[in-house]
Design a protein around this ligand. Structure first.
Ligand code: MBD
Ligand code: FE
Length: 298
């Protein structure tokens, strides 16, 4: 019965939304006074447009409450819900358009919920793969995916930026970040590298695998409700920073898997899709990835 009623057009008091907006006090900060009327208008229009019921609204409140309570492995489920809705990618796009005037700068991509501050500062040429012994279930995959990753950090005119910090993190071949997986050493597959006089960074890591975003909690419920799959294409996260330049948060995407066109959090951009090439004569790595980052001036 509700279903039928929901198809109908109903009349609502046209002054109600204005009344709610007008209730904002004169001491609200200017940005708050600017954005909240818009939020209220869109929320109200949305609820009227779909004839949102009390039960539906309450189950959404419940979902958000559950997201806020998830803290066991430091994951941020509220952020994940936003990611699934494309909101983190959208605000990243908006922010980078507002802040960057120079063209040719490497595009940004979302931070995601698994960044950790204070990854170890490591010498160029060292490895971020730790605790890899033949008893690790994904040992063979890690060997097959072993990769040397290098490149330069550059200004928009192509000059090297020495002493830039390249902060990198990615999942193990089981698709888990170190903090999600008690079997990985602390800070595994994370590191910070400082560029040399040529602006170059270099390290050993792994080709990243496609993996599902955590789907055993609220985000998973949400995806199921939407009849969507939780997968992200294999990706490596970077935060690249240098004095006088705008800090770049981004990801690169391995072109080897099908999810490159089906990212559950909509972060893929063409310029961030990379190809690992076979590497010869290096027993520490089967693959090479060469990738330069271009930072905009601050
Ligand atoms: C991830 O690994 C990620 O990078 C993002 C953006 C969202 C969920 C999981
Ligand atoms: Fe990620």
């Amino acid at each position: 019965r509700l279903g039928q009623l929901q198809e109908r057009q109903h009349q609502y008091d046209p002054t109600f939304t204005d009344k709610v907006i007008a209730a904002t006090g004169p001491n609200a900060r200017p940005r708050v006074a600017q954005i909240m009327p818009s939020l209220v208008r869109h929320l109200h229009d949305f609820a009227r447009e779909v004839n949102l019921t009390v039960d539906e609204w309450m189950s959404a409140v419940q979902l958000i409450n559950e997201s806020g309570q998830m803290s066991t492995d430091r994951r941020n489920e509220t952020q994940l819900l936003c990611d699934i809705l494309g909101l983190e990618t959208l605000v990243d796009e908006i922010t980078s358009k507002l802040l960057s005037s120079s063209s040719g700068v490497t595009p940004s991509a979302i931070l995601g919920p698994f960044y950790r501050h204070d990854a170890p500062l490591l010498p160029n040429g060292s490895s971020i793969v730790h605790g890899l012994t033949p008893s690790v279930p994904w040992y063979d995959q890690a060997i097959a995916d072993s990769a040397f990753i290098t490149g330069r950090v550059l200004t928009p005119s192509g000059a090297p930026i020495p002493n830039a910090i390249v902060d990198i993190w990615h999942t193990a071949p089981n698709g888990l970040y170190e903090q999600q997986d008690p079997s990985q050493p602390d800070m595994n597959l994370r590191g910070r590298f400082q560029t040399d006089a040529d602006g170059r960074y270099a390290l050993y890591a792994l080709r990243p695998v496609a993996y599902p975003i955590p789907d055993d909690g609220p985000a998973g419920k949400f995806l199921k409700m939407l009849d969507r799959r939780p997968y992200r294409p294999g990706h490596i996260h970077f935060i690249v920073s240098a004095d006088g330049f705008r800090t770049l948060t981004t990801q690169v995407f391995d072109d080897r898997d099908e999810f490159i066109t089906k990212d559950s959090v909509f972060a893929v951009k063409e310029e961030l899709v990379v190809r690992f090439v076979a590497r010869a004569g290096d027993e520490k790595a089967r693959w090479t990835l060469e990738y330069d980052f271009v930072l905009g001036k601050e």
